[in-house]
Every structure is written in C-alpha cells, then in structure tokens.
Design a protein around this ligand. Structure first.
Ligand SMILES: Nc1ncnc2c1ncn2[C@@H]1O[C@H](COP(=O)(O)OP(=O)(O)OP(=O)(O)O)[C@@H](O)[C@H]1O
Length: 304
C-alpha cells in the first residue's frame, strides 16, 4: 500500500504537487494519469525519497521510505530508465544494487530472465536501446521482490510486443497481491492494464476511482445508429431532435444520440420505417473520459 497524506511540493513559487491525498491499494494495478507537468514524476520521486515534500508525507506499507531497513525489498521503482552507469554491464549494475540491499545474487539472473535480458547480461548498458533500458529498469524494480512497485512510463520506447509484455507483467504482479502504481500517457493501453485510476492535474487530485466508474462518470453515454439511406437518416435525426435528444454525426452513415435508451431509438426507427444497419450503446473510452476531465488542467496545451 502507498499512502499519500496531503503531499505537497513547491519549486520556487510554483506548487507542483498540491495536497495530494490518496491510498494506492494492494492487489490492483493503479494507473497514475495527468497531463504533462501534472506532478506524477515528482510524486513518485518523493515516494522513494529522491525529492522531499514541503508538507504532507507519503508512506509505504505504513512507513516513510527513510524508515525502511532495506528499501529495495519493500518498494521497487522504475523512474528514469537511462539513469544507469553506461560503462557497467546490466548484470553488474543489478549485482551492485543487490549487494547493498541484502538481496541474494541469484536474484540477478532471475530478474534478467523475467525481463528477457539474460542474453545481454554482460553488455554495457550504454549500448542499450531505450526499450532494453526500460527492461533493465523494470528488472531493478523487481530485484528485491517488493510488495510495492512504481513504474513511471514503463512502456516508453517499447515495441508492441514489449508493450503487451509490460501489461501482462503489471497484471501478474497485482494478481500476486502487490501494490502496482503505473503512469502512462497511452490511454488505450492504460484502459487494458489498470483496475483503478488516480488522476492529477496541476498537482491536484482530480479523480480517484475504479476504471469503470471513472469512464462512466466522466463521459457522456450515447447510442450509435447506422442508417444506410441518407433521407431516412435525416428523418430519424429530425424526429430525435424534435424529442429534445442531442444528435451528432458519427462516421459515414452513423449518428450518435445522447441521453436516450437504445430501445427508444429502435422503436422510433421502426415507427418511421427506417432501415437500420446498426444500433447499440456506445461505451466511452478511457481517452474520452480522461480528456473531458483534464481539459481545464492542461498546462502546455495549444488553444484551438
Ligand atoms: N527539479 C525541478 N526544478 C524545478 N521544477 C521542476 C523540477 N522537477 C519538476 N519540476 C516541475 O514540476 C512540474 C511537475 O513535473 P513532473 O515531472 O512531476 O510532471 P509529470 O506529471 O511527471 O509530467 P510528464 O507527464 O510530462 O512526465 C513541472 O512543471 C516541472 O517543470
């Protein structure tokens, strides 16, 4: 479990993390979302004492990081994949980490195998691609077999196969009862990976909710109707609008009706003798819900 209690960080006169309070629960993948500059990395850095809060605190399994006897055995973190001595081999890098933390050296081979880097264990990390560095960073996080794991943009630089592998790994780790906090800007990927979401904007908590609840609560549900004959599509649209239902164009022969039941649209089409090629509730995506919620919190956006 990770507990944020009024966590606050200022750089100069700018508050980059602003009174963040949340509990990241074990046994779930929690997605940590927010626009660029929202304060996600700063929050993660404070969790492992790489940065210090101005007020509030963050606890790992109920304790501040500094009170953990062997931190790597309690919390693993992938923060900056390239933050590794470039002249050192992957194996030596992990061995050095293990030595300082009372972790048996055989764990190095185990985690290298888990992340698929066994064959390049002897290679200098300076020669690694971004994807390989990400895998090495993940190996470092897993080294101490910790109950709490944090990954800042773990799929950055990975190919589709690697992205899927990360997703499966996150799910596996949560399935083992661990606490998994993961940040990403890839919403479609996050929708497949996370059970729960913590969303921040300009350092403030915007949402802390299960994935389904978040999507339902931050998007407008609608009904998609496909009508192949344009005149019939217009007639149905007109009838819906006359009933006060907002209707907008979808793709090709599709219209999207908001705030109305699927049955009602089907009945109206039948009444008007309109032939349908499709009728169904359109479930909103995480991306739509996220964009709705964060629209006013985007710091570096381009105004339309
Ligand atoms: N060492 C620092 N000194 C001054 N400002 C900093 C420092 N580190 C971060 N910031 C600022 O704090 C804010 C939050 O940055 P942070 O990296 O935590 O955001 P983020 O949500 O991780 O963003 P991204 O999605 O772009 O990685 C930004 O405005 C950033 O410029």
């Amino acid at each position: 479990m990770i507990t944020f209690r009024g966590l606050t960080k200022r750089y100069g006169d700018k508050t980059v993390v602003d009174g963040l309070t949340s509990v990241v629960a074990p046994g779930l993948v929690t997605g940590f979302l927010g626009p660029n500059g929202a304060g996600k990395s700063t929050t993660m850095r404070m969790t492992v004492a790489l940065d210090h809060p101005d007020s509030g605190d963050v606890l790992i399994q109920g304790k501040p990081y500094r009170q953990l006897r062997y931190p790597l055995r309690e919390v693993g973190a992938l923060l900056e994949a390239k933050a590794v001595h470039p002249g050192r081999s992957a194996g030596k890098h992990l061995l050095a980490m293990a030595r300082g933390s009372g972790i048996p050296p055989r764990r190095v081979e185990e985690v290298l195998a888990t992340v698929g880097l066994s064959d390049v264990a002897g290679k200098r990390t300076g020669t690694f691609s971004l994807g390989m560095s990400q895998r090495l960073g993940i190996a470092g996080a897993l080294l101490g077999d910790p109950a709490v794991l944090m990954f800042d943009e773990p799929v950055n630089g990975l190919d589709p196969d690697g992205v899927r592998w990360v997703r499966q790994l996150m799910r596996l780790l949560a399935g083992e009862g661990r606490t998994v906090l993961v940040s990403s800007h890839l919403m479609s990927e996050m929708q497949l990976t996370a059970d729960h979401l913590v969303v921040i904007g300009k350092g403030r908590l915007l949402a802390d909710a299960p994935m389904d609840e978040f999507i339902a609560g931050n998007s407008r549900s609608c009904v998609s109707v496909r009508v192949p004959v344009p005149a019939e599509l217009a007639a149905l649209t007109e009838r819906l609008r006359a009933l006060g239902v907002p209707v907008r164009r979808g793709e090709d022969d599709e219209v999207l009706a908001e705030g109305v039941a699927v049955d009602k649209v089907g009945d109206l089409a039948h009444e008007l003798g309109v032939r349908l090629h499709g009728l169904g509730a359109r479930t909103a995506s995480l991306e739509q819900a996220y964009l709705e919620l964060t629209a006013s919190s985007v710091e570096y956006g381009v105004r339309a």
